[in-house]
Design a protein around this ligand. Structure first.
Ligand SMILES: [Zn+2]
Length: 153
């Protein structure tokens, strides 16, 4: 089946004014824009498996193919799934977080099919140990390349 929910290019739309009061990261509930989310910091980083997925993130076609050829499983360092608690919601949600800078992040509810990009972890009681190992391996490679420069900037 296809993971076909695409709003290509819409992701970086909302430019919040960066408030430089604190250096701590700020995550806001998609349903309650004023409410900060709390997480335990456990991140499930996303893997990109196809050049399509890179193109959706603004990479030119040719480059996307090169990158996927070089890194069949590219781990994004600035996108992950994290369980976050919102006091207004009164519950935790799995969220798709995109890091914009050290403070600002884009948060949305993680669609279930996004978990397909977190190696083979099942959100319901899955054991992430295997995938964490894989992620570490893959990150080691991608870090070499993305040193200093971001793919998507
Ligand atoms: Zn909320």
């Amino acid at each position: 089946m296809q993971a076909g929910n695409g709003d290509p290019g819409e992701n970086r739309g909302a430019e919040r004014k960066p408030r430089q009061r604190s250096r701590r990261r700020e995550l806001f509930c998609p349903a309650h824009p004023e409410q900060k989310l709390l997480g335990n910091g456990k991140k499930y980083f996303l893997h990109l498996l196809t050049s399509e997925q890179l193109k959706q993130r603004g990479m030119p076609d040719g480059k996307a193919r090169l990158v996927i050829n070089a890194f069949p499983v590219l781990v994004l360092s600035n996108e992950w799934i994290e369980e976050l608690f919102c006091a207004d919601c009164g519950s935790s949600h799995w969220c798709h977080v995109v890091r914009l800078d050290s403070v600002n992040h884009t948060v949305r509810w993680a669609p279930r099919d996004l978990w397909q990009q977190v190696a083979h972890v099942d959100p319901v009681g899955g054991n992430p140990s295997v995938s964490q190992f894989t992620a570490r391996q893959a990150r080691r490679h991608s870090r070499k390349r993305s040193d200093g420069k971001s793919w998507f900037g």
